[in-house]
Design a protein around this ligand. Sequence first.
Ligand code: FAD
Length: 467
Amino acid sequence: MSRIAAHADLLAQLESRLGRAGLLTDEADLAPYATDWRRLFPGRPLAVARPADTAAVSAVLAACHAAGVGIVPQGGHTGLAGGATPDASGGQVVLSLGRMNAIRRVDPLGLTLEAEAGCILKVAQDAAEAQGRLLPVSLAAEGSAMLGGIIATNAGGINVLRYGMTRGLVLGLEVVLADGTVVDGLRALRKDNAGYDWKQLFIGSEGTLGIVTAAILRLVPRARHTATALLAVPDPAAALRLLEAAQDELGDTIQAFELIARDSLALVAEHAGLASPIGESDWTVLMEAGSSLPGLREAVETLLGEALERGDATDGVIAESGQQAGSLWALREHITEAEARAGKSVKHDVSVPIPAIPDFLAAAGKALATQAPGTRPNIFGHMGDGNIHYNVLIGPEHDPEAINRIVHDAVARFGGSISAEHGIGQYRVDELVRHRRPAEMALAHRIKDALDPQGLLNPGKVLRARV
Ligand SMILES: Cc1cc2nc3c(=O)[nH]c(=O)nc-3n(C[C@H](O)[C@H](O)[C@H](O)COP(=O)(O)OP(=O)(O)OC[C@H]3O[C@@H](n4cnc5c(N)ncnc54)[C@H](O)[C@@H]3O)c2cc1C
């Protein structure tokens, strides 16, 4: 019996609730939803449900719950851990939130934005900007990533240093539970200690505990002045001293502090045709500060001058215009794409305590050079958050799992995390078990069992599926 025939009742029920536009079952229509953008996690959906409102999401979940069929939520499909991709069984329904994309309200005084889960991050950012406000979560995939995915992965990005992770920006949340129950917590409150803050369970749970259907996000006032600088630094320890000086001199106006290795800029030059405007160096820092008060640029100039005098920087440039700032950021934003064009790589999204970054980089580099010669690290990331994307370009002779272990073991030695912001998805499920304490894993399973006893929400993601 074909998979369609085996689930004929469920599919008929879904089609009658969602209409023809709301349910895809033809192989050609399913293809874009079947695998991630890097084609690392190929899957095969039974069908794709595209509900247009929360009531329809609830109906899909209730029907799948009754039929015992797994659900894989999908937003912009830009995730880097294979979390939004169904397995290859042909028995899971992909739930695409893309049609639920309304921005319901922007409140410039209350500093909030309410939108549906399928709203693209860039669209929400623009809506906030139109009211003179800033939605601070920003990342290179913002033109495709959706708010539901951003919340479900507790996304980080370039402004975490100043504004924190997505978790800190979610004021209110509406979710649908595995059995179809709608829980409406859409409150635009900054302070709300009335009982458990249950929304935190869903933020960062990668679709394994419930479906995010709408949210109220915190906005911040837009800084009138921004200063963006690119600096050549001799080594990560110098970059760390520069970060400390920036925090002393610029206070909380410092909003991004990115570290980029020489090899990463070489990849961008080779595969994206973008060249750095400053002299070559083993390491480069891209930093940005923002403020509405005057004198920001002068403060950044002083910081840069002092760093050059101390030898913590050997060259540097401060953007003269928004366009120049955009070109500096383009260098950083093209690294992931350039890496994909360069060949096969093993990605690591790790964090260590900030002061440990230089020692971690040295230890991981040494371990790779001795245990996996011929690999080429592509190191960049949000140094101000202790978050390094320690990716490794490999040849056919290298075993990706062995590379994983080498890097993650170095992370563990420094008390770090094997996933700083990209999540676990299906990519790091086994590594999570290796790196979290048994009591932490047992607690995670108890939460999962309480909210999704049949294990139907994004099966096999974050936690191993229980057989
Ligand atoms: C070039 C590039 C740069 C990136 N940079 C960053 C970065 O700086 N920081 C960062 O944190 N991430 C980054 N990412 C990763 C990715 O963009 C984020 O994880 C983003 O939050 C995913 O959003 P999405 O809508 O594409 O989610 P998807 O990829 O569709 O889904 C991600 C996970 O969330 C679940 N999910 C999606 N929607 C819902 C929902 N409505 N309810 C419940 N679960 C849901 C999915 O099942 C899956 O587990 C980057 C990705 C790319 C391609």
